[in-house]
Unconditional design. Structure first.
Length: 347
């Protein structure tokens, strides 16, 4: 480390008698950002300075410092782990976008910090197979899914209020919003007879599994989606693929309902893999109508029947065929459904 840089770090390390800790923290981060290729000693010294300054600073300064470091190509591993273990309101930008975090650190954070941190990791632009495997294998305690009906209606009302129609089509916009709200109320009322948060004894998606399913649906990564679905069902991959090659989308819809997937996330997944379900019928899509028509208890019984049948022919891990390349099976890059049927039938 050059003499000038060392002097700047030492000045910042001295007790701040005039400048506030927030200013010292940001000056330290700015000095580190100015090092294009920090040496090992510079990384070590920054790590030693950063932690105590960060702990003594305000939340706003912490968020600014984390946002700045999330853009740095190199961050000391100890600092990456320290930031990743902060409350999610502070750590989220770093977990979502920093390219300086190695796979082992991401896996450690996902396994030790809970579902919110793992979901932030899932939102990263790219994930290595190693990290994906670790996330898929996580079975975290799932928080309560449902809101009260009043909270849900307030949320729906707030979201619809964001869009102010022009004078020319005010009536049409108002009617569309009212219809969407009616459909939402209908869907809520349909489930008031039971407690969706009470899934004792039922097979349920973990928070991380649900986030992964949404991610793979967004990217139309059907191979990864099937792997995660099989993990959630504790079934063979063969069963997950058989569910997904039902081109009507009905079997996947039944499966997602049985696993307790959030309604909006389930609609999104169906629309991504089965484009015909994205067609609008009134103010809602066909996927919405398909999911709304499924009875949860019946879906659970059907899926358990599929799992029992699958268990009769389930192969132990050492006898499973070698994994196929992870090319998407749906969308523009999809393989023909006919080919999928042949592959599944040959197993």
């Amino acid at each position: 480390m050059g003499v000038g840089v060392r002097d700047r770090f030492r000045d910042l390390e001295e007790p701040a008698t005039v400048r506030k800790k927030d200013v010292v923290l940001m000056a330290t981060v700015t000095s580190f950002e100015g090092l294009p290729h920090p040496s090992k000693s510079e990384l070590r010294q920054f790590a030693e300075l950063f932690t105590p300054l960060f702990q003594a600073s305000s939340d706003e300064a912490k968020r600014q410092a984390v946002a700045a470091l999330s853009q740095c190509p190199t961050v000391p591993p100890a600092v990456s782990l320290f930031i990743g273990c902060q409350p999610i309101g502070i750590a989220a930008p770093f977990l979502t976008s920093s390219q300086a975090i190695d796979d082992d650190t991401l896996i450690t954070i996902a396994r030790t910090q809970g579902a919110a941190h793992a979901k932030a990791i899932v939102r990263r632009p790219s994930l290595s197979p190693k990290v994906i495997d670790a996330l898929v294998s996580l079975h975290q305690a799932e928080p309560e899914r449902g809101m009260t009906i009043s909270e849900t209606l307030m949320d729906v009302s707030a979201s619809t209020a964001k869009f102010e129609p022009s004078a020319a089509d005010a009536d049409a916009e108002r009617l569309a919003r009212e219809e969407a709200l009616r459909q939402k109320i209908k869907q809520i009322a349909r489930h008031l007879g039971r407690n969706d948060g009470d899934r004792l004894g039922l097979r349920s998606l973990s928070d991380v599994q649900e986030a992964l399913l949404v991610r793979f649906a967004r990217e139309r990564e059907a191979q990864q989606f099937a792997t995660t679905l099989a993990d959630a069902l504790s079934s063979s991959r063969w069963l997950a693929e058989r569910i997904m090659i039902d081109t009507s989308g009905q079997q996947l819809a039944v499966t997602l309902v049985s696993l307790g997937m959030g309604f909006a996330d389930a609609v999104y997944a169906l629309e991504r893999f089965y484009p015909h379900l994205a067609e609008q019928h009134g103010s809602v899509s066909r996927a919405w109508l398909v999911l709304d028509s499924i009875d949860a208890e019946e879906s659970q019984a059907r899926v358990e029947a599929w799992r029992r049948a699958d268990s009769y022919t389930y192969l132990p891990p050492e006898q499973k065929p070698a994994p196929r390349p992870g090319a998407p099976l749906f969308g523009n890059k999809a393989s023909p459904i006919r080919e999928l049927r042949v592959v599944s039938r040959s197993r």
